[in-house]
Design a binder for this molecule. Structure first.
Ligand code: CO
Ligand code: ZN
Length: 330
């Protein structure tokens, strides 16, 4: 699964530009899978159930955070805005990659007050252009952060682990899942990072009876970080609440019960800031019971998002167990 995670995370796919990720996922689908792509670009894979099951939608987002060029200055440096939740702190000296393959280096102006975290308008991108006339990049071009996938002990690190790790998990579940009573929709969504937009339309279209997002969450296990009862290596995090939704209690209990029955250690997740595709699916149409299985992640929204490989495998095992049996959400 690591080679799949490598190719998914190294793929180019800022929000609204998910084509390359979608093409890669299509190549990895089981032979003969029934697929469609909706008007927004969500990739919807359907797997018919045996009988007596529910219509269950699983969602993982294909897009990643990035930048968009707002103007090119007189010397040929690019100024940019954010696509999704871009943080200033990890930017300086980093590199971005545009769709055409052009690399840019991120620089920072001299600051009046270096003790304050600079806003994005203090940064620029240098694509090696001698002047604006020779600049190979235009206003509106988007780029992703450029960083290789690496293994660090039991952990794996990459850009866009949010949420290509969720995409990799859905692909793995599709490959490994045996007979299931459920009518399953594996949905690879677009534009999550700019406001869970693809989840809203695909949730409406699929009209699931139960929905699960598979996405990353934060941890409280690094030096002087905000307290949070989630740690790397302690297993899947079962969402109870985040800033966009209260998980359906029946769905949450189903996941916790499944983990316990399977002897899969898991964690209870209350995320103070941030949300997932589940928040949009939950309020689509007349409402959908929704929950989320999260992968604990350090350094989220930086170019080096870190997860524990054992946690990733445990999320796959939890989903395989949950989808193999009839579901009771009360
Ligand atoms: Co994110
Ligand atoms: Zn995410």
């Amino acid at each position: 699964m690591k080679e799949l995670i490598r190719s998914l995370t190294e793929c180019f796919g800022p929000s609204g530009h998910e084509e390359a990720v979608r093409a890669l996922i299509r190549r990895e689908l089981p032979r003969g899978a029934e697929t469609r792509v909706d008007a927004m670009g969500n990739l919807i894979v359907h797997r018919t159930g045996a009988a007596g099951g529910r219509r269950i939608m699983l969602a993982a987002h294909m897009d990643e955070i990035g930048i968009v060029v707002t103007h090119v200055d007189q010397k040929g440096f690019l100024r940019f805005g954010n696509v999704g939740g871009v943080l200033s702190m990890p930017l300086t000296g980093g590199r971005v990659r545009f769709a055409q393959g052009i690399t840019g280096v991120i620089g920072l102006e001299k600051l009046e007050d270096p003790s304050r975290v600079p806003s994005l308008d203090k940064f620029y991108i240098d694509v090696g252009a001698p002047g604006p006339a020779d600049c190979p990049v235009r206003v509106g071009d988007v780029a992703c952060f450029n960083r290789d996938f690496e293994e660090v002990g039991a952990r794996i690190v990459a850009k866009a682990m949010d949420d290509r790790i969720g995409c990799a998990i859905l692909l793995e579940v599709m490959k490994e899942l045996g007979r299931s009573p459920h009518d399953l929709y594996f949905v690879f969504t677009v534009q999550e990072e700019v406001g869970v937009r693809g989840a809203g339309t695909s949730g409406y279209g699929v009209e699931p009876e139960i929905a699960l997002a598979v996405d990353i969450t934060l941890t409280g296990d690094t030096p002087e970080c905000a307290p949070m009862a989630v740690a790397l290596g302690s297993g899947p995090a079962i969402k109870i609440k985040d800033s966009g939704m209260l998980a359906h209690t029946g769905v949450k209990d189903w996941l916790l019960r499944t983990a316990e029955a399977g002897g899969i250690p898991c964690q209870r997740e209350v995320l103070v800031r941030g949300t997932t595709d589940a928040s949009a699916i939950q309020v689509s149409r007349a409402g959908v019971p929704a929950g989320c299985v999260s992968i604990p992640t350090r350094y989220a929204h930086s170019p080096s998002e870190m997860v524990d490989y054992g946690d990733v495998e445990a999320v796959v095992q939890l989903l395989l167990r949950a989808l193999a049996e009839p579901v009771d959400i009360g």
